[in-house]
Design a protein around this ligand. Structure first.
Ligand code: NIG
Ligand code: FE
Length: 431
């Protein structure tokens, strides 16, 4: 298989013994194949890591004989899967919006709360007031919490800065936080999230500024590998999104969209037209949209925590299967619509709400999620050549992953073939 270099994930070595080891005495190793087409299950299987990558996966007896010099690591009869990939989060922000959640439960709408100064803008104000160091430290803490929950690759969006300088600030801090933790971080610039107060009545100028100044600057300073927009009546129109995304593509950046969340306005169709990596949310998308995504090879990303928080429906599995599209599940972690900290918990919810089987659940949070980040050559599976990012779970079978609630916890999490100590997240004060 071809192993391409990872575009955004850091390539520096991580602490730990990474050289040559064999993870054995598993109940099973379960992974999608390198093409993301088929589930591979190796009962009592083993994985050999060398120099941070997977060298071989398969039958334990055979691998132990042929890799007698590898350092043995005991999985204690537990399930091993690839490290999980959370392909959609907004985890750089300050404050929280539990009061707004109560207002919504009492009947207020997302749009009316936003119009009254709540919503995204209230998080923007709290983030603006927060010190740089605190934002960077909190993001690093969150990334560690994600790793403790089994996520070895995490996408992080900016989006709570809004003004050009506010967004640049968050992208800089994201880069700083990434250097503090071993997790692979994919940085996305969420550029059209909400119109900042400073640009009230000057929408056109705002979009122009993003195209002519912000995007080239992001490219020049390598601040993000992808660009996202919120394409929705409460945010930005299809044409505005098209301009920013087209400019991003011209500059060689990957693109993705928050599409058809509150209303079906053409976001998924735009994602298909422009060849986005993913179209996310899609609560209001119809079959035709999923077919367009399938034809264009765009991953549809489902965000069950946001759908549940906002009282929206998710599509049914049989419907998605018929479309032929790939779908992923992500947390959408943000203070407004998805205060969800465990990707596996979100996947367990999606399995129930949509009807996904264990194989679909695994691929939605590994291979398909990696594909939504353009990282499927390197992560999201445990086949030869992929990074040795793996999880030993506190359970024995793949079917248990979507089954238990609260979600199964990792025993240990490998990054680049190294078993790094997990942070003691349970004793940390939220957030
Ligand atoms: O993905 N939909 C747009 N953005 C976020 C919510 C942001 C917020 O309410 O703070 C989302 O759901
Ligand atoms: Fe989102």
């Amino acid at each position: 298989m071809t192993v391409g270099p990872s575009r955004d994930a850091s390539t520096r070595p991580v602490a730990g013994r990474t050289a040559y080891l064999i993870l054995h005495n598993t109940s099973e190793v379960a992974t999608m194949d390198a093409a993301g087409e088929r589930l591979l299950r190796f009962p009592r299987g083993a994985v050999v890591f060398q120099d941070g990558r997977v060298l071989e996966v398969g039958n334990a007896g055979d691998l132990s004989r042929r890799h007698a010099d590898a350092r043995p690591l005991n999985a204690n009869g537990h399930l091993v899967t690839p490290g999980l990939v959370d392909c959609h989060t907004h985890m750089i922000f300050a404050g929280q919006r539990s009061a707004e959640f109560q207002r919504r439960l009492a009947g207020d709408g997302y749009a009316s709360i936003a119009a009254a100064g709540g919503g995204i803008r209230s998080t923007v104000a709290a983030t603006d007031r927060e010190k740089d160091d605190a934002l960077e430290r909190n993001l690093a803490t969150r990334l560690e919490r994600w790793r403790a929950n089994g996520c070895t690759s995490v996408e992080v969006k900016s989006g709570y800065g809004l003004t050009p300088s506010g967004e640049m600030r968050l992208l800089d801090l994201m880069r700083g936080a990434t250097q503090r933790v071993p997790t692979r971080v994919h940085r996305t610039a969420l550029l059209l999230h909400a119109l900042p107060d400073e640009y009230r009545g000057r929408r056109r100028e705002y979009v122009d500024e993003m195209c002519s100044h912000v995007l080239p600057e992001i490219r020049r300073r390598d601040l993000a590998s992808a660009v996202d927009v919120f394409c929705d009546p409460v945010a930005f129109e299809v044409e505005e999104c098209r301009r920013v995304l087209t400019r991003a593509v011209e500059l060689g950046l990957s693109i993705k969209l928050h599409a058809d969340q509150f209303e079906r306005t053409g976001g998924a169709q735009l994602a298909a037209e422009l060849g986005a990596q993913s179209a996310d949310h899609l609560e209001s998308a119809i079959e035709e949209d999923w077919r367009a995504l399938a034809e264009a090879g765009v991953v549809g990303v489902l965000l069950p925590a946001a759908a549940l928080t906002l009282g929206q429906r998710l599509p049914e599995a049989r419907w998605l299967r018929k479309s032929g599209a790939r779908w992923a599940v992500a947390t959408d972690f943000n203070p407004g619509t998805a205060p969800a900290q465990s990707l596996l918990e979100c996947a367990a919810l999606a399995a129930r709400l949509c009807g996904f089987n264990a194989e679909e659940t695994l691929s939605a949070i590994t291979w398909n999620a990696a594909r939504a980040l353009g990282a499927e050559h390197d992560v999201g599976h445990l086949t030869p050549g992929a990074w040795g990012d793996a999880v030993v779970w506190e359970c024995e079978s793949l079917e248990e992953l979507p089954y238990w609630m609260p979600a199964v916890r990792p025993d240990c999490v490998f990054m680049r073939g190294a078993d790094l100590a997990l942070p003691t997240v349970e004793r940390r004060v939220w957030p």
